[in-house]
Design a protein around this ligand. Structure first.
Ligand code: ATP
Length: 474
């Protein structure tokens, strides 16, 4: 197999060539065999720690850092891969897949950074991205974590590691912002054509392909955000450089899954204003998409007024689409196959009761799916009693049986999610040299809708009311 290099065919402002930053003694500590098989990687790659640490390159590989910009917590900055190396694309049945080494050393975009990553955050990205995939949520994937044999300086000295990440592309909203900020109409157009080739090839010959492209990105993001909200995922850093064109979740920094249901949940210690709080995520996604629309606006029409109108119409669809997908997801979580007018109210009433009684989000829905309620404040409350009567009446309006509704709920409500405490425990063990807990956690998270009995403790939320530990070390 030879890696492809379509991204390198873009004008050179979109990337920088990077020399290899060799490390002392690479050692692969986590390997995703299922993903390697899916990508049909040659079997001998498994043994090539040098490939995954950036010491050596497979056939056809390049070494480039991608250029992009981004609004970070609302402030625009020119960025680029400061610690990642795109080595090429694997051709698969589902299209090209980027292979990137995250933490592979300095690049021309590193600014003051060392270009490196510590083991803990790379394990965290591996675990959570793979859990998201198993939950059915579009995401970048993780192929390997490779120790470098070198230390990195953070608050303390930590073991260095490289994550091998795959993605259906690493094009971001920020890539378009970069093109618009730095270059002319032609460069924005070349980038948009490239993105269409990667993600929306069927649009290539359409007359209004750029407006349709924007609509597609909006549609994908609306679906993604609905999935995040339904599963209780808080991304934490929804900067425009962390929003993909593909609709895959990217960058697992200070992210977390909800324990107790709380619209205000924030897990990032740098997000003091709650800009990216759980309940704000759909609004912030809409804001980011407006930045994409602005960046490609000149491609829509010669006439500025017409172009703005087309962009506005597409952007106005985002909240509408989000709401449709969200309600669809929520209906499934409640075992409803059909749509009725009052469904939104029914869902909101439950969520309000969950927020008031500090109920665990995942446990609550799974308890509904099992029909087996734990003794806790929510399930003993009048609010729940009242809601449950309405829910039961609503279920009776369905043509399907209760058993069918239950099956639907069991497919829509996971038993296990990567709870922060469990993830951190496993990472701490790995940092001390024991990778068995990470492997076990990955095993459990790979089938989140079923759980073998011996792993029952993974299903439990934290027993006390402590807020999550925030995790921001990169
Ligand atoms: N240690 C580092 N050295 C150099 N650049 C860094 C370092 N850490 C982060 N950066 C750069 O700072 C920017 C913002 O960082 P952020 O943590 O959002 O991204 P990341 O996790 O490195 O990458 P990605 O968004 O691709 O997952 C990125 O351009 C990133 O490349």
């Amino acid at each position: 197999m030879k890696l492809k290099q379509t991204y390198k065919e873009l004008p050179s402002i979109f990337y920088a060539d990077v020399a290899l930053n060799k490390v002392a003694s690479p050692h692969v500590v986590l390997w995703n065999e299922a993903l390697a098989n899916e990508l049909q990687l040659p079997a001998f790659w498994r043994e090539q720690a040098d490939y995954f640490a950036g010491n050596d390159m497979p056939e056809g590989a390049a070494q480039i850092a991608q250029a992009y910009a981004g609004h970070q917590f609302g402030h625009f900055t020119m960025l680029g891969d400061g610690r990642a190396l795109l080595i090429g694309e694997v051709e698969t049945e589902r299209g090209l897949v980027d292979v990137q080494l995250k933490g592979a050393g300095r690049t021309p975009f590193s600014r003051g950074g060392d270009g490196r990553a510590a083991l803990g955050p790379m394990l965290r990205e591996f675990i959570i991205s793979e859990a998201m995939h198993a939950l059915g949520i579009p995401t970048t994937r993780s192929l390997a974590v490779t120790l470098t044999g070198e230390l990195v300086q953070r608050e303390s000295l930590l073991e260095g590691a490289v994550l091998t990440r795959t993605a259906s592309s690493h094009l971001r909203v920020g890539t378009f912002q970069y093109a618009r900020q730095l270059a002319d109409y032609e460069h924005v157009k070349v980038l948009a054509d490239y993105a269409i080739m990667r993600h929306d090839a069927d649009l290539a010959e359409q007359r209004d392909k750029y407006v349709q492209f924007l609509q597609r990105v909006i549609e994908r993001q609306a679906k993604l955000l609905a999935q995040w909200q339904c599963i209780g995922f808080v991304h934490g850093v929804m900067n425009t450089d962390n929003m993909t064109i593909s609709g895959e979740t990217i960058d697992y920094g200070p992210c977390a899954f909800l324990d107790t249901y709380d619209l205000g949940a924030v897990f990032s210690s740098i997000d003091r204003q709650g800009r990216y709080a759980f309940g704000n995520q759909p609004k912030m996604a809409g804001w980011n998409l407006a930045r994409l629309a602005e960046s490609i606006l000149p491609l829509f029409a010669d006439n500025e007024e017409q172009a703005t109108e087309a962009a506005q119409a597409a952007l106005n669809d985002f909240p509408v689409l989000f709401n449709v997908y969200w309600l669809e997801g929520m209906r499934e979580k409640l075992g409803l196959f059909t749509a009725r007018e009052d469904d939104r109210e029914l869902v909101q009433q439950l969520l309000l009761a969950m927020q008031q009684h500090k109920a665990d989000y995942t446990e609550t829905f799974r308890a509904l799916a099992e029909g087996d309620y734990p003794d806790n404040e929510l399930f003993e409350s009048d609010a729940f009693f009242d809601w449950e009567m309405k829910w039961q009446q609503r279920l009776l309006q369905e043509d399907s049986s209760y058993a069918e509704a239950q099956q639907l709920m069991q497919r829509a409500n996971p038993i296990v999610i990567p709870r922060n405490e469990r993830v951190n425990e496993a990472i701490r063990a790995a940092e001390a040299g024991d990778f068995a807990p990470v492997e076990e956690l990955l095993h459990v998270l790979s089938t989140p809708y079923t759980l073998e009995e011996q792993y029952a403790h993974y299903a439990k939320g934290p027993e006390d009311d402590r807020p999550f530990v925030t995790y921001c070390g990169t």
